[in-house]
Design a protein around this ligand. Structure first.
Ligand SMILES: *[C@@H]1O[C@H](CO)[C@@H](O)[C@H](O)[C@H]1NC(C)=O
Ligand SMILES: *[C@@H]1O[C@H](CO)[C@@H](O)[C@H](O)[C@H]1NC(C)=O
Length: 584
């Protein structure tokens, strides 16, 4: 009897101590930051001492891949551990991302995120900053795609994204009228708006001609069709009011938001969240999701003109400062040792926009190119002093989708069994285990089109990459030129499909300058055959899903528009930034 009681007592003690052992989690996510923009990845002119310090105290991942080369799909994959094609967040070509806060598209409710898993295990969770995965479905307050519905207890930030339209003067790209150019390009060339309107009218007239419908119907349907076109135009042209919206949980607190104070405000809010958790002794998971250094480039006044790379460099240095404040807060609260800190970017630097975009180092490609290293190889660091040795370098291929299963392993939480997970647990690699990547294959998508496959055989130490597609790079560059927003995914945008695929050894040729041929490598055919078979198997694991960016879901619906002080849609958050000591 006494023995049994002892056992119960011991197991309770063990449980408690295990519970106390669980780390906290801090995720720091940059927007459009290139792997060549960070000090510890080789940049010697942008100052990122706080990011570099994470590398020095933890692990640097040199082949960490995003699941997509644009924000919305990449972020949805990061949170769910799954490829966006599995749940409709991949798009068919354009559009590839969520663009209007008044649209009904977004992360499907059937998806499970790792913050939700942490919440289910007793963590307090927060998202501070950018979401970009949808907002409403049927009416303006349903918030069916809101971060609070996907495991974040607390949300302070912008449900959409920062974008050139959020700049009141449109000066951040050198006053080139980037927003106007953007609108013209997208609305008039890509969405075939006029073609749709004219075809609608012709169809209706034909129906009338053959007496299927009455003139009344023609008029009503034309009005509906034209309203849709005009409404979309109004939304594009007034993007700042409609899309640059700041929320705290369910409330709109600033519209349009002031980009230039976002990072200081987010930093203050993150510090407050950390202090509260410490005080209440609650385990926490926080994601600080920066606008930096995505356009509109409007860093806080203290940071302007301070870097050697214009507003872009200023924006990177502002983010680094904020990360420094978050890390110093962990230190001050005595939380550093047992906090898992992860830093990454959602996709590669946007090379098409010149000085307003960043630098992907030696890697070829740009934002938008889901198959190019420059589009998806992310500057990534993990710090967790209890488990990860300072100065660890992980060169094996890893993915942002690995975070879900890795957090699950840390929490001893089971993975969802009813779905395919694409991520793998990388805790052993982070812990310094000398072993190959848990991924034999990685499938690199552009929208819903497979553009490249990475193959890491368990034996040997080479990683292969097969390019199924090539982009129409502007001469002398590895991007699509400044006349275009970015490269896209299909033949109508100049993409060519390679048969046989172009094969590279990215371990020994990371810049992909020397394609492997049957002459240069005797087992060339064998490698391609293995990859081909893997692609077939992978395709069989995909199921038919609704595309979240199809036209009806993508276009704005006025009744879904968040708006404070209706009808002006105008409000300001009252914040005092004087408590922030900005030291550079
Ligand atoms: C953190 O860990 C290090 C080494 O493991 C140890 O020297 C230090 O005292 C710890 N700090 C705290 C606050 O626990
Ligand atoms: C550092 O980043 C800037 C801005 O993106 C870039 O222009 C520069 O080439 C980078 N330097 C190195 C050494 O990569």
């Amino acid at each position: 009897m006494a023995g049994a009681l002892w056992l119960v007592f011991l197991s309770v003690v063990l449980q408690i101590s295990r519970a106390d052992d669980r780390p906290n989690f801090v995720f720091l996510v940059a927007d459009d930051l290139g792997i060549g923009d960070v000090g510890c990845f080789g940049n010697d002119t942008i100052r990122t001492p706080n990011i570099d310090s994470i590398a020095a105290k933890g692990a640097k991942l040199t082949q960490h891949l995003a699941a997509a080369a644009v924000c919305t799909p990449s972020r949805s994959a990061f949170l769910t551990g799954r490829l966006p094609v599995r749940f409709g967040m991949a798009g068919t070509d354009r559009p590839l991302a969520y663009a209007f806060l008044a649209a009904a598209s977004g992360l499907p409710r059937s998806e499970v995120t790792f913050p939700q898993m942490a919440k289910d295990h007793g963590y307090q969770t927060a998202l501070i900053g950018k979401w970009h995965l949808g907002l409403n479905c049927k009416w303006v307050g349903d918030h069916c795609h809101h971060p609070n519905k996907f495991g974040f207890d607390y949300f302070y930030g912008f449900p959409g994204t920062n974008a050139p339209e959020c700049d009141p003067d449109d000066v951040s790209e050198g006053g080139t009228g980037a927003t106007a150019k953007f609108i013209t390009n997208i609305v008039y060339t890509d969405f075939y708006v006029w073609e749709i309107a004219v075809s609608l009218f012709l169809c209706l007239s034909a129906l009338k001609y053959f007496q299927y419908i009455q003139w009344k119907t023609v008029i009503v349907l034309s009005v509906v069709g034209w309203s849709a076109v005009i409404c979309t135009y109004v939304y594009w042209a007034n993007g700042r009011v409609f899309n640059c919206v700041m929320m705290r949980d369910d409330d709109v607190i600033e519209q349009p938001y002031d980009v230039s104070t976002l990072t200081p405000r987010m930093t203050l809010d993150a510090v407050k969240f950390l202090e509260e958790r410490k005080e209440k002794k609650e385990p926490f998971l926080i994601e600080v999701s920066y606008w930096n250094p995505h356009t509109a480039l409007l860093p806080y006044k203290e940071f302007r003109g301070k870097s050697r790379h214009g507003l872009y460099g200023d924006a990177v240095e502002e983010m680094d400062w904020s990360i420094g404040v978050v890390m110093a807060t962990l230190d001050r609260l005595g939380l550093t040792n047992n906090t898992f800190v992860y830093f990454t970017s959602d996709n590669g630097a946007h090379m098409e926009i010149g000085d307003a975009g960043g630098w992907n180092g030696m890697y070829k490609g740009s934002k938008g190119q889901g198959g190019s290293e420059g589009g998806i190889r992310m500057p990534t660091l993990v710090q967790w002093p209890r488990k990860i040795k300072a100065g660890t370098v992980v060169t094996e291929p890893t993915s942002q989708m690995d975070i879900f299963p890795t957090v699950a392993d840390i929490l001893q939480a089971p993975l969802p069994q009813d779905r395919v997970m694409d991520g793998r647990n990388i805790l052993p690699l982070l812990g310094g285990a000398k072993q190959p990547s848990p991924h034999d294959f990685m499938f690199h998508y552009c929208g819903n089109v497979l553009h490249a496959v990475r193959y890491r055989p368990k034996k040997g130490n080479v990683t292969w990459k097969a390019h199924l597609a090539s982009y129409p790079w502007a001469p002398g560059t590895t991007h699509c030129g400044d006349q275009q927003l970015a490269c896209f995914c299909n033949v109508q945008f100049g993409v060519t499909f390679n048969d046989p695929p172009l094969l590279f050894d990215v371990t020994n040729d990371p810049t992909e300058d020397r394609p492997i041929t049957a002459d240069s490598y005797p087992k060339y055919r064998e490698v391609l055959d293995v990859i081909k078979k893997a692609v077939e198997e992978h395709k069989q694991s995909l199921t038919e899903v609704d595309n979240q960016f199809n036209m009806p879901l993508f276009f704005p619906r006025p009744w879904l528009q968040p708006c404070c002080n209706f009808p002006s849609c105008n409000c300001r958050e009252d914040v005092d930034l004087s408590s922030l000591e900005i030291q550079m």
